[in-house]
Design a protein around this ligand. Structure first.
Ligand code: SF4
Length: 293
């Protein structure tokens, strides 16, 4: 078996920083609570428990109540805002209670939220492209002002009302490269703007998948991702789009390798890529088993 590795395996800078900052901060308190999952990687979230770092997994709207319960318990704790961002009013609440906290929001997400402030001065109807149930989208949609909102994972499956101006806004893990051309061709009357938030770290992974698919230098693409990771699942979908469903697989752990291996031959070439929240240990465990196969 020949293995080709992505040049962008493992954590992106946003994830790396969020973990580093959280571990450092946890030294100040008996307990540290993250407001929503810090990153989507069960192995890392489990690892963090060794530092007494836990996640408040409640729906975003119930976090204030959970923080109030912690205050009543009188334990010594600090709070961490996760890499996916948060509303200023939640931060103000934490400050008003004089709780020690850090903000581990990815710098790119902070930049996107600043763009929202500018957009909110002149809100239009919004067509949001992303997974509306993902925490990043839940927060994005709370921060955006708009007249009417439509959301979809795929803009080509929707129709648009051409009477009103629309601003297209995407989740940072949803690629919308052909959107402008698509709208100009299919809705020439539509007055629209595009706020493209696609993350460069994810884009680099897409580029590799596209190149390897065109060159046909491998037989299979293997995407290592937690199933909760939006960018990992999107990377898998994009790989399927480029390379075909039968030649692309996704796994989150070495335990899932036997199923994958049972479907491929030993003399094949595999290209391996990963979600931006996938840790080196999980990746290396998988690589070791593959190399010895
Ligand atoms: S994938 Fe992009 S937006 Fe998400 S944490 Fe990493 S750098 Fe930030």
């Amino acid at each position: 078996m020949k293995i080709l590795l992505s040049k962008n395996l493992g954590f992106c800078y946003g994830v790396k920083e969020a973990i580093k900052k959280t571990i450092e901060f946890s030294k100040k308190h008996d307990f540290t609570y993250i407001l929503g999952e810090l990153i989507h990687n069960d192995h890392i979230m489990e690892e963090l428990k060794k530092y007494n770092i836990f996640t408040l997994e409640n729906p975003y709207d119930q976090l204030k109540e959970e923080i109030s319960k912690l205050l009543i318990s009188k334990i010594d704790f600090g709070l961490v805002f996760s890499a996916h961002g948060h509303e200023t009013k939640l931060e103000e609440f934490v400050k008003s209670k004089k709780i020690d906290y850090i903000d581990a929001t990815c710098p790119l997400i902070t930049q996107i939220h600043s763009k929202f402030l500018k957009y909110n001065l002149k809100p239009t109807d919004v067509f949001y492209i992303g997974n509306k149930n993902h925490i990043e989208s839940i927060i994005n949609l709370k921060l955006l002002k708009y007249k009417n909102l439509s959301t979809s994972k795929n803009y080509t499956e929707s129709s648009f009302n051409t009477d009103k101006k629309i601003t297209f806004i995407n989740q940072s893990t949803y690629k919308i490269d052909g959107l402008k051309e698509y709208v100009l061709k299919n809705y020439p009357q539509l007055d629209f703007d595009v706020m493209d938030n696609f993350c460069p770290s994810v884009r680099n992974k897409y580029k590799e998948v596209k190149l390897i698919s065109i060159s046909r230098k491998c037989d299979y693409i293997l995407v290592i991702t937690d199933i909760k990771s939006s960018n990992g699942v999107q990377l898998y979908n994009y790989s399927v789009f480029c390379f075909g469903k039968d030649n692309v697989f996704k796994i989150s752990d070495k335990k899932e390798l036997p199923t994958f291996l049972s479907k491929i031959g030993k003399d094949k070439t595999i290209f391996i890529t990963s979600a931006t929240s996938m840790d080196d240990k999980t990746i290396n465990d998988i690589l070791e088993l593959l190399r010895n196969y």
